[in-house]
Design a protein around this ligand. Structure first.
Ligand SMILES: [Mg+2]
Length: 422
């Protein structure tokens, strides 16, 4: 350090952490902002410069966007009066100039205003995210009394995902206001209350047909039985909530009577995973989550998926097979709308995870009880009736976007994938 620099006056003795905190709340403080081209050593350089004045750090925020850095440091004003503060200002400005950065120093009192109560994480997914949509979302947040405290990008691929930390608005009110705007703008917005529970989510349970896989399994079987159209009609009506699921299941399975059991292997091979399904499951497993699937389809397919994807839980209906032929009946407990919610609870108990810390993902009307029972229910490319009832809707065809709703960034996902490959 240059010896010609002014020597800071010794700081007032601090008797306890509490009195130090109190001084930070009420004493004079300086907000030091540095802006310019990012390069290594800027943060070290700024604090090295400030260290000469014996100031304490109250808050630091730093953002780098396309190679430009904005570094804000909130520090206590130097003891020793206006002359010393003037020296600090001059020293910081000359340091910034020497490395072609801009500096701004604003005097004030105390810490940041405490963030208002009613804190939420708002995830916005756009494909693309237009400036118009961003403006509309931000305007709605303001309208319900919310303040955006922080924004950062979670992902640029396969969708643009940003997370906004919002305070001052009740989470439910924010969710309602933003859901309407999101639908209008064709973007997805998820609103989750802030809190430790968000980091404690440890079980994800997903529907299978049109969620983890792109197909409806019964339709794959029906194609082999030559009754595809009849089955598709019944499926669509059931998913719209127009038909009792159990009755429609029995009606559709009855159409498969006499089909050779060798079809099971063919159907397993035909199943197409939803884009992002593997990434989602791998990342969740690496993070220590337990992952399960529940399906109104058949164990003949879900057991295979469980093994292939390394899942912890799987449950579905079982097609009865006698003498190498499908009988047109299912055996055991029927997995219907209520059954899916029951299985979510059972998996949660077995996993030792409170229901509030579970996440459920599904697309159909028979997923609604499960989505409502979970701590976070995500409607994935769902029918409108499901979308409206769920906490959160994702309408892009990539299942790994669910990770962004949990606050996991694309960079973290990619780092995890490298970890697996190496
Ligand atoms: Mg489904």
């Amino acid at each position: 350090m240059d010896d010609s620099q002014p020597k800071p006056a010794p700081a007032a003795p601090v008797t306890s952490a509490a009195s130090a905190a109190a001084a930070h709340e009420t004493g004079p403080t300086l907000l030091v902002k540095i802006f310019g081209k990012d390069r290594p050593g800027i943060t070290a350089g700024l604090f090295d410069t400030l260290a000469a004045f014996g100031v304490d750090v109250i808050d630091i925020e730093q953002v780098v966007t396309r190679g430009r850095i904005v570094l804000c440091a909130l520090v206590t004003a130097p003891t020793g009066g206006p002359a010393t503060e003037g020296d600090l200002r001059a020293t910081v400005h000359s340091w910034a100039e020497s490395i072609k950065m801009q500096a701004e120093i604003i005097s004030g009192t105390g810490d940041n205003r405490p963030r208002a109560a009613g804190r939420s994480h708002v995830t916005v997914l756009g494909h693309p995210l237009t400036a118009e949509s961003a403006a509309a979302i931000a305007a709605r947040i303001t309208e319900v009394g919310g303040n955006i405290d922080r924004i950062f990008r979670l992902a640029k691929y396969p969708v643009t995902a940003v997370e906004l930390m919002v305070s001052g608005a009740p989470t439910e009110e924010l969710r309602t206001a933003l859901a309407i705007e999101a639908a209008h703008r064709g973007v997805d917005v998820a609103v989750v209350a802030s809190g430790l529970h968000r980091r404690a989510q440890r079980l994800v349970v997903m529907d299978v047909d049109s969620t983890v896989i792109q197909d409806e399994v019964i339709e794959l079987f029906a194609a082999h039985a030559g009754c595809e159209e009849q089955v598709a009609e019944v499926t669509a009506a059931a998913m719209r909530g127009e038909l009792d699921f159990t009755e429609s299941l029995h009606a559709r399975v009855a159409l498969l009577e006499g089909l050779d059991a060798s079809v099971v292997d063919k159907v397993r091979a035909e199943v197409r995973l939803t884009p992002g399904a593997r990434t989602l499951i791998r990342t969740l497993k690496l993070l220590g989550y337990q992952v399960g699937i529940v399906s109104g389809g058949f164990t003949q397919v879900t057991d295979d998926l469980k093994e292939r994807l390394g899942l912890d839980f799987a449950a579905a209906n079982t097609l009865e097979i006698v003498d190498g032929k499908l009988t047109g009946r299912v055996t055991g407990e029927v997995v219907d709308r209520a059954g899916k919610a029951r299985l979510l609870r059972r998996f949660a108990t077995e996993a030792g995870v409170p229901l509030a810390q579970t996440v459920a993902v599904g697309d159909g009307a028979n997923d609604l009880d499960m989505l409502n029972a979970a701590g976070l229910g995500v409607a994935f490319n769902a029918k409108p009736v499901v979308r409206q009832a769920a906490d959160t809707a994702v309408n892009v065809p990539f299942l790994d976007t669910v990770l962004y709703l949990l606050g996991i960034t694309r960079e973290e996902i990619e780092a995890a994938e490298l970890h697996i490959e190496s």
